[in-house]
Design a binder for this molecule. Structure first.
Ligand SMILES: NC(=O)c1ccc[n+]([C@@H]2O[C@H](COP(=O)([O-])OP(=O)(O)OC[C@H]3O[C@@H](n4cnc5c(N)ncnc54)[C@H](OP(=O)(O)O)[C@@H]3O)[C@@H](O)[C@H]2O)c1
Length: 348
């Protein structure tokens, strides 16, 4: 199963809203096939693993054991049902990392195979699967993207200074972490004041990787289109209660009775995006923290520098459990996770 998870990891950057899944086929202690879900809409891990089996080993499939990180799907979507495919292939023994959180599949994949005489074992890898696929778990269980809040604060608890533009707080090593995280998310979101004050690029440039979709909350429609973010050749989405247009970008005017963040969640899921990285400023973070379960993870760098005064960092939420703490150069990184979110993810 560990090898199956290693394979799943390889597909992670390419599967969009699908889960990253891996599969290993073992016959008498020898691996005869391996596969993973390689691309959104493409064949699933089990199918790729079967395709990898050498022609001389094909008759061994019905005596082999399939190790699959996540429950095989039970319905016909972009691809045929994998549970069915395993049954039709004559597979007799399947070991699954954990059940699929997708309500359309949950327990059904297992049930379908058991009804056809397949011996199915379900292991307890829910935490590993949720760590690998937080966006998929969040979309399936909470109907919204997985939301990670990130900020850097001074030793005396400030994230910036009023009217000073972008104030360097964290060190170079922390910035590289941030660029890696950006590349691992489908979208990055900031508030309009951060755009006006800091004029950021919000792309991935300190490491190799794809830049996420930029989303801006601009309740009162303050942005003009002259800010740098609009000149980088990437379409930006702006959510506002005001009507406006910025050429080559997507201005989304939201009904006044709807929260902007709800509209962001809906638009992302429609575009098969399920991980959101929020990079401030304070009001924006606070809006996510104050919402009804609108955040899942928080990554906060605290530097040794003090600012003396400025914009205060958001308050750390009550519903949070320490996940990791580490030194990154001269900064301390704390990662917290929402207890509620992670209880829901692993109690399946
Ligand atoms: N150290 C860091 O990690 C870091 C990161 C980013 C930014 N910063 C600093 O943070 C400062 C900007 O922060 P800020 O707090 O002033 O502004 P901000 O969060 O960047 O932007 C505020 C925007 O969010 C909107 N907003 C406020 N509450 C909202 C809610 N409940 N729902 C939806 N939208 C909401 C505001 O609407 P209205 O138009 O109605 O006000 C405004 O459009 C800058 O100085 C920047 O340097 C620091």
């Amino acid at each position: 199963m560990d090898r199956a998870f290693e394979l799943a990891e390889l597909g992670k950057p390419y599967v969009r809203s699908n889960p990253a899944v891996g599969c290993v086929i073992i016959h008498k202690d020898t691996i005869i096939g391996e596969g993973f879900h390689r691309e959104f809409g493409g064949p699933h891990a089990e199918i790729n693993a079967i395709l990898s089996v050498q022609s001389g080993d094909i008759d061994k499939l019905n005596e082999a054991t399939f190790y699959i990180t996540l429950e095989p799907c039970s319905f016909v979507g972009k691809t045929p049902s994998c549970a069915n495919h395993l049954i039709e292939t004559g597979v007799k023994h399947v070991v699954i990392g954990s059940l699929d959180p997708n309500p359309k599949v949950h327990r059904r994949g297992v049930q379908m195979m058991r009804e056809q005489g397949v011996y199915v074992e379900v292991l307890n890898y829910a935490q590993t699967n949720a760590n690998l696929n937080p966006g998929f778990y969040s979309a399936m269980l909470h109907g919204r993207p997985y939301v990670t809040l990130k900020w850097a604060q001074s030793s005396d608890g400030f994230i910036g200074q009023i009217g000073q533009g972008s104030v360097p707080i964290s060190g170079q090593k922390s910035r590289r972490f941030t660029h890696t995280w950006r590349s691992e998310h489908h979208a990055i979101l900031v508030g309009s004041n951060t755009i006006l004050e800091d004029n950021p690029r919000l792309d991935v440039r300190l490491i190799e990787g794809e830049s996420p979709q930029v989303i801006i909350l601009d309740r009162r429609g303050c942005l003009t289109g002259n800010e740098m973010i609009f000149s980088l050749g990437r379409e930006v989405w702006i959510f506002s209660y005001e009507k406006k247009e910025i050429k080559h970008h997507r201005w989304i005017t939201v009904d006044s009775d709807k929260h902007l963040i709800i509209s962001v969640f809906e638009a992302m899921l429609t575009e098969e995006m399920n991980t959101l990285f929020v990079e401030g400023g304070r009001q924006t973070h606070q809006a996510f923290l104050d919402g009804p379960m609108w955040w899942d993870e928080l990554r906060c760098f605290t530097s040794k520098k003090s600012l003396g005064e400025g914009i205060q960092a958001p308050m750390l939420p009550d519903d949070s459990a320490p996940y990791k703490t580490l030194d990154v150069g001269d900064d301390e990184l704390i990662i917290l996770r929402s207890k509620q979110t992670w209880q829901n993810f692993i109690s399946l």
